[in-house]
Ligand binder design. Sequence first.
Ligand code: CLF
Ligand code: SF4
Length: 297
Amino acid sequence: ALSFDQKMLDRIAKHPCYSEEAHHHYARMHVAVAPACNIQCNYCNRKYDCANESRPGVVSELLTPEEAAHKALVIAGKIPQMTVLGIAGPGDPLANPEKTFRTFELIADKAPDIKLCLSTNGLMLPDHVDKIKALNVDHVTITINMVDPEIGTKIYPWVHYRRKRYKGLEAAQILHERQMEGLQALREADILCKVNSVMIPGINDEHLAEVDRVIREKGAFLHNIMPLISAPEHGTHFGLTGQRGPTPKELKKLQDECADSNMKMMRHCRQCRADAVGLLGEDRSQEFTKDKFMKMP
Ligand code: CLF
Ligand code: SF4
């Protein structure tokens, strides 16, 4: 019988984000089907892709689920190393559940070998874990930037939850509770969970070791600490207030501090766009713009 670890390795062996080794050989594609978002992050400008799993300042081409499924099948036929289909924006996939799940259904139906992957801010995750499991989505990323709502107030000005807008501490508390509940539900459903954290100097940099400890204890498989990218021209709150991102040295120091545990630390993230195509670090999205892929058989 395979050991637990071997089984786990098999589950991630062809996922370029979950396995550092795999990212040299296997590719992922994103389809941008999810425009709406239900929270505001201070490092995000809604004109651009969701900055929880994207390089800020990039605009992706929005697709319908049918267009996205066509695109995915075309690309899977052309790029043999294509193993993963991810939905990561341009807003929050679970703020657009019909579009997100319809896209997964269409692709799973025609290309069952493609692994499905989802990235979310976590606010609506507890409501959808059963559906995620039923669709055989084995990889879910939650962006968790704090486990202390006081710190959350400096990152999230508001959340929109069950038809109501919350601000300040209450907003951060709701988001925190929902993220923890979602993480727990993923563990119970045996779905692999990666946590993304955006490192924001002076705001959550000293707190992320605690985030790492808590998410590890709650069963996250992988932690990806990403640097805040903040430029005034991106028009985000942090960009306009002069909030800087960490230096590469500061980022590495924090990753090293968190890495002395069993949980793996992701260090090869490339902060992809919501319509990225190819190996990590390679951007072939322009080969598969809508005007091009719609004409491909
Ligand atoms: Fe995409 Fe994200 Fe899935 Fe990967 S990206 S939804 S887990 S298939 Fe990967 Fe890109 Fe980093 Fe994301 S390198 S931004 S971690
Ligand atoms: Fe922007 Fe993503 Fe945050 Fe929504 S969850 S505000 S799209 S970074």
